[in-house]
Design a protein around this ligand. Structure first.
Ligand code: ADP
Ligand code: MG
Length: 286
């Protein structure tokens, strides 16, 4: 065809379910030297499921703690929140009304439920049992607190995406700097995932601003970084990247937002082919 090569490459990517914002983005994709991947929703399916409810002491029973956590999580779009709300519904629990909802990105949520301040989120400095066991098992522990005191620990597990290990190997073969894992999740769950997909460079326990700092560190070392994350929680990291790619969440969010690339088909395995396509288009241009 007579179409310019970068635009032809964008059209080809589109046919494979990958939306590329502009010719400039396609050109930058051809110069990427490092890929940084988020864990939850990127290397994993992003559809975690609740696997256990552990009460901390006898004051709250498991159903009451799960119902309160689900009520507090109800307005959150985080995959962990969806898992907790779905589990409460599956058990036929009535969700009490929640007021004064606040989400703290990278931490969790807080709301007033039944006259108490209910928090659900990251374990923090003095984790109650069995947080460590859950994390050693590759899970994420969500601690439920009432008026500041832990009342339950929820175990949530998220399966790897199909083809994740093969995709990481294929990306590693295409970039001089080995792939990097960036996650807000705990180091034990992060290393479980990293070992399963073959990543040796792991940054765990990161707040959204820490992800940005890690990307900027790579960029100041001369890397041109492709960041792959989910569009909602990882917006600052995607914006800090040379190219930010968002995994489409089941086709619901077709807007680009902070992303330069959206993997609309939500299939991680398209990324190595996208880099090849960008390389070829660049060679034609130059
Ligand atoms: P990731 O980088 O793995 O996508 P996030 O930055 O979204 O993780 O969240 C980091 C951590 O903060 C989570 O592992 C969890 O411990 C906690 N967290 C964030 N949002 C929530 C929420 N809505 N409910 C419970 N915990 C949360
Ligand atoms: Mg995420």
């Amino acid at each position: 065809s007579t179409m310019p090569p970068l635009l032809a490459a964008i059209a080809t990517a589109g046919r494979h379910g990958v939306l590329v914002k502009s010719a400039e983005v396609m050109e930058q994709l051809g110069t990427i030297t490092a890929v940084a991947l988020d864990k939850t929703g990127t290397l994993t399916r992003g559809r975690p499921a609740l696997t256990a409810v552990h009460v901390v002491d006898g004051r709250w029973d498991a159903d009451a703690a799960l119902a309160a956590a689900a009520a507090a999580e109800h307005s959150s779009e985080h995959p962990l929140a969806r898992a907790i709300v779905a589990a409460a519904r599956d058990r036929g629990l009535d969700l009490p009304p929640a007021a004064a909802f606040t989400a703290r990105p990278g931490h969790g949520v807080r709301a007033t439920v039944g006259g108490r301040v209910i928090e659900a989120g990251r374990p923090g400095e003095h984790p109650p049992d069995p947080v460590r066991e859950i994390e050693d098992d590759g899970g994420t522990a969500v601690v439920v607190r009432a008026d500041g005191f832990p009342v339950a620990v929820l175990a949530v597990h998220d399966a790897l995406r199909p083809g994740a290990a093969g995709t990481v190997a294929a990306l590693a073969a295409r970039t001089p700097t080995p792939p990097v894992l960036l996650t807000g999740d705990n180091p034990r769950a992060a290393w479980r995932t990293a070992d399963a997909v073959g990543i040796d460079d792991v940054h765990a326990g990161l707040l959204p601003a820490d992800k940005v700092a890690a990307i900027e560190r790579h960029r100041s070392n001369g890397d041109r970084v492709l960041v792959v994350g989910d569009g909602v929680n990882d917006a600052p990291a995607l914006a800090a990247a040379d190219v930010g790619a968002a995994m489409g969440q089941g086709g619901a969010d077709l807007t680009l937002g902070a992303a330069d690339v959206v993997v609309v088909r939500d299939d991680l395995t398209t990324l190595p082919a996208l880099l090849d396509l960008a390389h070829r288009a660049r060679r034609v241009v130059i």
